[in-house]
Design a protein. Structure first.
Length: 182
């Protein structure tokens, strides 16, 4: 059975940091795989994400060359607000070890998460550094910082600026073809 890092998010859109930094985390922790789980709707975000079929298609494009990554649509299929603990409980028996991979921005508000204490027990979080969120925690990984944000990428696209350096070329093409974030 595999040792898997569970990495959830809106991925709206998925950017290079969403791919490169989790890969570094997986290598640093000597895990076998990163399981990407796009959320239907995050309980801590007020905005409505881009339609799920677009977010899933972009994530598939971003990860198409990554044999170390897989995608679960468990939260998209479930619908409604996505609580990480529900996903962990549904998946934990499928793997030898499951750890939650989160950015330090999410760690800063982790105590607001639904049943956060149970998450710690079942899938001890591994924390990726994120620009602007300095934390001192034993679970903070010594890897590159997540610097790009999907929010910034959507704003850049809306202003007509190039996002090519921040997203996979096939994701940029998909965004343009589907007139997303305009």
């Amino acid at each position: 059975m595999k040792r898997v890092l569970l990495y959830g998010g809106s991925f709206d859109p998925p950017h290079r940091g969403h791919v490169d930094v989790p890969h570094q985390a997986m290598q640093h922790l000597a895990f076998d795989e990163v399981l990407f789980v796009p959320a239907f709707r995050s309980p801590l975000k007020d905005s409505t994400p881009t339609k799920q079929h677009h977010r899933l298609a972009m994530l598939e494009l971003a990860l198409e060359q990554c044999d170390w990554a897989s995608i679960s649509s468990i939260e998209l299929d479930r619908g409604g607000t996505s609580y990480t603990i529900d996903t962990i409980e549904a998946l934990c028996d499928s793997y030898a070890e499951l750890r939650l991979l989160i950015g330090s921005d999410q760690w800063a508000q982790f105590s607001k998460w639904n049943r956060w204490e149970d998450i710690v027990k079942l899938a001890n979080p591994a924390i990726m550094p994120r620009a602007g969120f300095e934390i001192n925690d034993a679970n903070l990984l010594p890897i590159d910082t997540l610097s790009a944000t999907s929010t910034d990428i959507r704003a850049m696209r809306n202003r007509g600026e190039s996002i090519d350096a921040l997203v996979h070329p096939r994701v940029a093409q998909y965004i343009a073809q589907n007139k997303l974030y305009m």
